[in-house]
Design a binder for this molecule. Structure first.
Ligand SMILES: NC(=O)c1ccc[n+]([C@@H]2O[C@H](COP(=O)([O-])OP(=O)(O)OC[C@H]3O[C@@H](n4cnc5c(N)ncnc54)[C@H](OP(=O)(O)O)[C@@H]3O)[C@@H](O)[C@H]2O)c1
Length: 282
C-alpha cells in the first residue's frame, strides 16, 4: 500500500505524514510529494520516499505505484483550479486508486472567496471517474493567531462577522482526519470537518483575554469599516477583499455549523481554539 501526500513540506501535509506514521503506516509506504526536495530532508531521514511534484507540471511518473493520493489544495488562488485539474489528470493517467482532496465548507454554494476553486475541483474530481473523498476542512484555529498578535497590542479583535459562529479546528486534528481517510478505503464521500465548538468573536476575545492576561474585546464593525481599517494598515486590496469576504461568510453562518464528523474520524473530541492560542503564547 502506497499513500502519497502533496504539499508535504507545508503545514497540513507535514502533519498528515506525522499522523499517518503515528497511526501505524510504515514510513516506507508513505510518498511525500514536494516541489522543493531541499525542504524535505527530515522526511528522507525518517524513511519517507520523497518525490518532486509541482502542481504546474505534475509528472505522472511521480505517482507511479500510488494507491491513494492526498491532494492538498494549492495556495495560488489565481491558478489553483488549473493546477488541481492537472494533478487529477496525472493521477488518472498513473492509475492512482483514489484521490482525497482538501476542500472547504459549503464549497458547492458559498460566498466565501475560497469556495469557487473548491467547487470546481470537487466537480472535476467527481467527473474524473477516480474514487475520491472530499474533506471539507473547516477554518483552522491557526487562522486566528493574527488576531492574537493584534489583540496583544490593541486589546481588540476587529471583526465584520457580527455574531456569526466559527466551528474552527486545529490543523493537527484536520491532518489526523486526513490521515485516517487516506489510510482507509472509502470512496465517493464528502466529509464536513469542523471543530466540536462553534464560537463567536466575543468568545474569541474572552479566550484571548485569558491567554494574554489583558482586557480584550471584539470590535464589531461593518464590512466597509473593516476594509477601510485594513487598507489603513497597508494591506493590498486583494487581501482586504479576501479577509472581509471571509467575515461576511462567517456572518452568513457558513463556517459555524458543527458536524461531529472530525471528532468521529479522529476518535476523540477536537481540541478547542484556546489550546492553539496558548501554544503560541507560551
Ligand atoms: N481551512 C483553512 O482554514 C485554510 C487556511 C489556509 C489555507 N488552506 C488551504 O489548505 C491548504 C493547506 O494548508 P497549509 O496550512 O498546509 O498551507 P501551506 O503551509 O501554505 O502549504 C501549502 C502546500 O502547498 C504546496 N504547494 C503550493 N503550490 C504548489 C505547487 N505549484 N506545486 C506543488 N506544491 C505546491 C506548498 O509547497 P511549498 O512547501 O514548496 O511551499 C506547501 O507545501 C492550503 O494550501 C490552502 O489551500 C485552508
Amino acid at each position: 500500500m502506497s499513500l502519497a501526500v502533496t504539499g508535504a513540506t507545508g503545514n497540513l501535509g507535514g502533519l498528515v505524514i506525522d499522523h499517518l506514521i503515528e497511526r501505524g503506516t510504515p514510513a516506507d509506504q508513505v510518498v511525500a510529494l514536494v516541489r522543493d526536495v531541499a525542504k524535505a530532508a527530515d522526511l528522507v531521514e525518517r524513511g519517507v520516499e520523497v518525490r518532486t511534484f509541482d502542481y504546474d507540471r505534475p509528472a505522472t511518473s511521480a505517482l507511479a505505484g500510488v494507491d491513494s493520493l492526498l491532494l492538498v489544495s494549492g495556495t495560488d488562488l489565481g491558478r489553483r483550479q488549473a493546477q488541481h485539474r492537472a494533478v487529477i489528470d496525472a493521477a488518472a493517467a498513473a492509475g492512482v486508486g483514489r484521490v482525497v482532496y482538501t476542500s472547504a465548507p459549503h464549497a458547492e454554494a458559498s460566498i466565501n472567496p475560497v469556495a469557487p476553486d473548491h467547487k470546481a475541483t470537487e466537480e472535476y474530481l467527481a467527473a474524473s471517474g477516480l474514487g475520491h473523498v472530499n474533506l471539507r476542512n473547516g477554518w483552522y484555529h491557526e487562522n486566528f493567531l493574527g488576531d492574537l498578535a493584534a489583540a496583544r497590542q490593541t486589546g481588540q479583535v476587529l471583526t465584520a462577522a457580527g455574531h456569526g459562529r466559527v466551528a474552527s479546528a486545529s490543523r493537527s486534528d484536520l491532518a489526523d482526519a486526513a490521515a485516517v481517510v487516506l489510510a482507509g478505503s472509502e470512496t465517493d464521500r464528502t466529509y464536513k470537518l469542523t471543530g466540536d465548538e462553534a464560537w463567536r468573536f466575543d468568545d474569541l476575545a474572552a479566550d484571548l483575554a485569558e491567554v494574554l492576561h489583558r482586557e480584550v474585546v471584539a470590535a464589531h464593525v461593518s464590512p466597509a469599516e473593516k476594509s477601510e481599517a485594513l487598507e489603513g494598515m497597508g494591506l493590498d486590496a486583494g487581501l482586504v477583499g479576501f479577509l472581509v469576504g471571509v467575515d461576511e461568510a462567517i456572518a452568513a453562518g457558513e463556517l459555524g455549523d458543527t458536524s461531529g464528523e472530525l471528532a468521529g474520524l479522529i476518535g476523540r473530541p477536537t481540541s478547542p481554539i484556546i489550546d492553539t492560542l496558548r501554544t503560541v503564547q507560551g
